[in-house]
Ligand binder design. Structure first.
Ligand code: NAD
Length: 478
């Protein structure tokens, strides 16, 4: 098994070491590495190199760009086992899930690579002698900020989208889970992305974002993370007239109707809730269950949750690893204590395991009142909240009651129910009778406080482009 890699910055195609901060393994709090912090001079070098890197990359034929991107994906697939170990060590998720994350990153890169060849424009009908052409051009140099819950697939979304559209990108990935992004960037550089078209930095997040975003060379900001930070970065981008893609928090509702097999719905819900220990912006969290099937659903969910084995992500028997950091453990304890204080019943889990590392079991709370903090605030952890609803009207009203609108889910076999859910739920992604919010081909993103812009799908690539209209009177006196 490979050890955790030595962490470095990648600036202007060069790998640089710098002093920085320790990286911890959330399973046992041990120090596994040191993440380098970029200096102001490093950031300036990245910006200068990006200007030339962008010029070269944008002038590379789209088919060649796609070939380089597919090559990067191939390298990542070959290295998936080793990369998965790095991700488990720094983030905690079970190794099998970490490997799926690497494969998902590759799926995204490969799809974007091909779609980048299809950033078609339009010719608008006009009278003879006049031609109006709409061009879709790369938007320019992108400043990207990615979080710690998906160390490789989250940066992959941004890097692949930007490069596929012909942009250059400077990415500040998470300081808590830096190896995933480093492996990603390494593969792209080896595959032949020009020096400077892709740089990787780490540091004090606010210092880097406040320095990079206002720079005239930066033309687009993309951020995945919490709503408060997203609002700060969006405001900064707005103050400098930069468009932004904001992929922020969610608090996904799951509406369970009484016309489905509730045991099956509970089983898939528990499995998906445990994924990445619930630290997923699209994690199913608020379960609004029809009263006629409420008890059966809750009991089946709790039984499945109790069977989820937690432990070291490197142990193949582990189904759910530790939470990624102590902040999440504190949040779970606070939200559970508040909900129980307001009358919620703990059906499974409920308390931290051990006093070292961040192990926390899959926790199921039933009869959670609407005013419980956990019902308002995204738990971002292994917490499932179950609430009884009298009918679909009530379930939809509760689902829409928060300022979030990212993913939503429902279990029903009724076509009229599906029509209402599709029309009335306020969300960017709705999945019915399964709990996968998005795939590489589909646009992903939110409404309301969950942000704007899309990642993935044709719409995702469009966010990295800008439209230019060229109007040409073809005949003019010489
Ligand atoms: P946080 O609000 O401190 O940070 C969220 C992310 O933003 C982190 O990756 C952090 O490095 C980055 N960040 C913070 N300040 C920044 C700045 N000024 N400039 C650039 N980047 C900055 O919270 P946290 O404790 O790291 O995460 C907890 C919350 O964040 C969760 O409750 C969840 O809502 C949200 N989150 C969402 C996602 C997602 O996929 N949408 C991912 C991770 C975290």
């Amino acid at each position: 098994m490979t050890a955790y890699p030595q962490l470095r910055l990648c600036i202007a195609g060069e790998w640089r070491s710098r002093p920085g901060a320790p990286v911890l393994n959330p399973f046992d709090d041990s120090v596994i590495g040191e993440v380098p912090h970029a200096t102001r001079a490093d950031l300036d070098d990245a910006l200068t190199a990006a200007v030339e890197g962008y010029r070269q990359w944008r002038n590379t034929a789209p088919a060649r760009r796609a070939e380089i991107m597919r090559h990067a994906a191939r390298l990542l697939r070959e290295r998936a086992d080793d990369i998965a170990v790095s991700i488990t060590l720094e983030q905690g998720k079970p190794r099998a899930q970490a490997k799926v994350e690497v494969q998902r990153a590759c799926d995204i890169i490969e799809w974007d690579a091909e779609e980048g060849r299809r950033t078609y424009g339009r010719v608008i009908p006009a009278e003879p002698g006049m031609r109006h052409t709409v061009l879709r051009e790369p938007i320019g140099i992108v400043a990207a900020f990615s979080p710690w819950n998906f160390p490789i697939s989250s940066p992959a979304r941004k890097v692949a989208g930007a490069l596929a559209a012909g942009c250059a990108i400077i990415i500040k990935a998470s300081e808590e889970t830096p190896a995933g992004a480093m492996h990603l960037v390494e593969a792209f550089i080896e595959a032949g992305v020009p020096r400077g078209a892709l740089s990787l930095v780490f540091g004090q997040p606010s210092e880097i974002s406040e320095y990079l975003i206002p720079q005239p060379a930066i033309r687009l900001v993309t951020f995945t993370g919490s709503v408060p930070v997203g609002k700060r970065l969006a405001a900064l981008a707005g103050a400098h007239m930069k468009p932004a893609i904001m992929e922020l928090g969610g608090h996904a509702p799951v509406i369970v109707c009484n016309d489905v097999d509730v045991q099956a719905a509970a089983a898939v819900s528990a499995t998906v809730k445990a994924r990445n220990a619930g630290q997923v912006c699209v994690a199913p969290t608020r379960f609004f269950v029809d009263e006629s099937v409420y008890d059966r659903f809750s009991e089946a969910f709790a039984e499945k949750a109790k069977a989820v084995k937690i432990g070291n992500g490197l142990d193949p028997a582990t189904m759910m690893g530790p939470l990624a950091n102590g902040r999440r453990v504190e949040a779970m304890e606070r939200l559970i204590a508040d909900a129980v204080g307001r009358g919620a019943r703990v059906l499974a889990g409920g308390a931290r395991v051990g006093n070292r590392g961040c192990l926390f079991p899959l926790t199921v709370l039933a009869d959670v009142p609407d005013d419980a903090l956990a019902m308002q605030e995204e738990p971002f952890g292994p917490l499932a909240l179950i609430s009884r609803t009298r009918n679909l009207d009530e379930a939809i009203a509760k689902a829409n009651s928060l300022p979030f609108g990212l993913a939503a889910y429902a279990f029903t076999n009724s076509a009229p129910n599906v029509e209402r859910l599709s029309n009335e739920l306020e969300c960017g992604n709705l999945s019915i009778n399964h709990l996968v919010a998005s795939i590489a081909e589909t646009p992903f993103g939110g409404v309301k406080d969950s942000g704007y812009g899309r990642e993935g799908g044709t719409e995702g690539l469009a966010c990295y482009t800008v439209v230019k209209n060229v109007s040409h009177q073809t005949v003019f006196p010489a």
